[in-house]
Every structure is written in structure tokens, then in C-alpha cells.
Ligand binder design. Structure first.
Ligand code: ADP
Ligand code: MG
Length: 319
């Protein structure tokens, strides 16, 4: 695209290179040193304007979230993040937009010591693809297929805030800035993922909603689960805006939480609580794994509850 090299230079000027980056932005490809005894963990996610975020989203929020969703995948593998690449498709060479985007992107990258090592810059409808790389000691990755019958099911943080924000945005009525912040600025649970090495039996990050994502763990591990809806961790803000029965669909099927869901034997519960609280992360047991496949939810009254299916949602022209 016209002005491509000026844009790349604008990006390169803000990079903080780690010592394990032998060659970063500027050649045909990057050269990177992987520490001995570790496996390289690689993940990629794309955000498309109007599909994954409302078109009017602030550029800094887009920059943050595009990286956050990738770091969340590394967290779910118990990986320590190291590097990323950034493929940007832009409708125009807009320095102001790019600087805003880079503010959010580098705020999160620098917080986690992630170096940007390369990418691609092209012309077209706004779309961002990030590939993130991390390390895990050989054999210690947290996979989806390691859960055991009888394990407890845990989640970090609180569930449903981002989905609550989306529902308010769609209704075009009163909205909570706190909930909207959770949608725009998800916190990748990197520290929690690292703390769960050797303690959790399986894990996943919550991008599509608890029911769908826990469902992936259940399928991969050949098990089922019973979830107690009364134990779903709920922020005060969500509780202020949605009553209990309005919250359950948000918490089970809403998506965009970017919390971790993991499984562990009850004997590990004390060590898990301690390891996570040392890192300032709350975590809650919400249910238990059972041999019978499928996800079953119980209300506080003891009734069965079927989680609603999440519908496909996009953001083009909703306003
Ligand atoms: P090539 O034509 O060899 O692919 P490019 O002109 O696309 O090279 O890129 C030049 C250098 O700039 C490469 O090192 C590439 O990784 C880097 N780069 C291009 N776009 C970006 C971007 N959006 N973010 C980070 N690095 C980028
Ligand atoms: Mg290129």
C-alpha cells in the first residue's frame, strides 16, 4: 500500500526487543532463540472490523484486544509469552489511527514483555491478525484432553461482564462503562496459566462462552460435567444490571470473557487457591466432571437448566 514503509517504520520505532530476538523487524523474516528444554507454543487470531468488534471501537482498544485474545490462548496452554507478529490490513495509511492502535497494543505487549518481531502491512478492509509465540517446559503444557472424572471445574475472575456489555450495546439503552471496559480490554490470565503448571489437569480460555469452551474440554477428555449455576462468579456490576436468570445466558453462552476454565483433582484445591491468590487472581470451583458425556447445569433450587445456544453475532450496521 502507499506509505507502507513509513507505517512499518512507525511501528518498528516503538518495539522493545528481547535479548532472544537475534533479528527482528527489517529483514525477510525474524530469527529467534528458543530456550533449551522448552517447547514453542504458537497461536494466531484475526479480528475483522464489523465482525469481531463494533466499527466505532477506539483504535487503542482494538490494539489491546487483538493482542489480548492471542495472549489468552498462550495463558490457556500455561505458556510464558515471548514474541508476536502483526499482520495489518488497513483501509488507508492513517498515522493517527495507527498511533492509537499501537498505544493499546504496546501497553499490553510491554506489560508482558512480548516483543513484536515482524508482520505484514496491506491495503483493504480493516483486519488484524496476530500470531503469538511462547514457551513451556517440555511436557508441561495445559491441554484440553487431560481432565479426569471426579476433577473439579474452576474458572478465574468473573463471568458474563463482556456479554452484558454487548447486550446493552445492542439494546442501545443505558449502559455500564465498567462492563464495556471488560469487553474492550480483556485481561489475558498469563500469570494464572503459569501458576497452574503441574496443578491443573486440563485448561482452556473462555472466548466463546463457558458452555461451548468447557464443552471442548469435555469432548477432548471424553467426559461430562455438572455445573452449579449458583456458584458462577459474578461481578457486582453485572449483578447490578442483570438479575440472576438474565445473567445465566450471558455467563454460559455470552463469550468474550477471556478467563481461564480448568480442571483439577480436589486434592489440588488448596495449592491452586494459594498459587493464584499469590498472583492476585481469584478462582472459583463451579462444578465437577462426571463420566457421563454432556454438560448439565443445576439452578440454586436444584432444577435442571439447559444453556441457551450462542447465536452468531456481528457488528456491521447495528448502529
Ligand atoms: P517482505 O516484502 O520481505 O515480506 P515487508 O516489506 O512486508 O517485507 O516487511 C518488511 C519488514 O517489516 C519485515 O521484517 C516485516 O516482518 C516487517 N513488517 C511489515 N509489516 C509489519 C507490521 N505490521 N508489524 C511489524 N512488522 C512488520
Ligand atoms: Mg511482507
Amino acid at each position: 500500500m502507499p506509505g507502507e514503509f513509513a507505517l512499518i517504520e512507525r511501528i518498528r520505532a516503538r518495539v522493545r526487543a528481547r535479548p532472544d530476538v537475534a533479528l527482528g523487524i527489517g529483514d525477510d523474516a525474524a530469527l529467534l532463540d528458543v530456550p533449551a528444554g522448552h517447547q514453542l507454543v504458537v497461536t494466531s487470531d484475526t479480528l475483522v472490523a464489523g465482525v469481531h468488534f463494533p466499527p466505532e471501537t477506539a483504535p487503542a482498544d482494538i490494539g489491546w484486544k487483538a493482542l489480548a485474545v492471542n495472549l489468552s490462548d498462550l495463558a490457556a496452554m500455561a505458556a510464558a509469552p515471548a514474541w508476536c507478529t502483526l499482520a495489518l490490513t488497513l483501509p488507508e495509511a492513517d498515522d493517527v489511527w495507527l498511533d492509537g492502535f499501537l498505544d493499546g497494543f504496546f501497553e499490553l505487549a510491554d506489560e508482558h514483555g512480548v516483543s513484536l518481531v515482524g508482520g505484514d502491512t496491506t491495503h483493504g478492509p480493516l483486519s488484524i491478525t496476530i500470531t503469538a509465540h511462547g514457551f513451556v517446559p517440555e511436557g508441561q503444557a495445559l491441554r484440553r484432553d487431560g481432565a479426569k472424572a471426579g476433577d473439579e471445574v474452576w474458572v478465574t475472575g468473573t463471568l458474563g461482564d463482556a456479554a452484558g456489555a454487548l447486550q446493552q450495546w445492542r439494546a442501545r439503552g443505558p449502559f455500564s462503562a465498567k462492563l464495556r471496559y471488560r469487553l474492550d480490554r480483556p485481561t489475558p490470565r498469563i500469570e494464572a496459566g503459569l501458576a497452574l503448571r503441574g496443578l491443573a489437569t486440563a485448561g482452556i480460555d473462555l472466548s466463546d462462552g463457558l458452555a461451548a469452551d468447557l464443552g471442548h474440554v469435555l469432548t477432548a477428555s471424553g467426559l461430562g460435567a455438572r455445573i452449579d449455576l449458583g456458584r458462577l462468579p459474578t461481578s457486582r456490576t453485572l449483578a447490578d444490571h442483570f438479575d440472576e436468570t438474565a445473567r445465566w445466558p450471558l455467563q454460559l453462552s455470552g463469550g468474550d470473557d477471556y478467563e481461564l476454565c480448568f480442571t483439577a483433582p480436589a486434592s489440588a484445591a488448596f495449592a491452586i487457591e494459594q498459587a493464584l491468590s499469590e498472583r492476585g487472581v481469584t478462582a472459583t470451583v463451579i462444578g465437577q466432571l462426571e463420566p457421563q458425556p454432556g454438560l448439565r447445569c443445576t439452578t440454586p433450587d436444584g432444577a435442571d437448566y439447559a444453556p441457551p445456544r450462542a447465536g452468531y453475532q456481528h457488528f456491521q450496521g447495528v448502529h
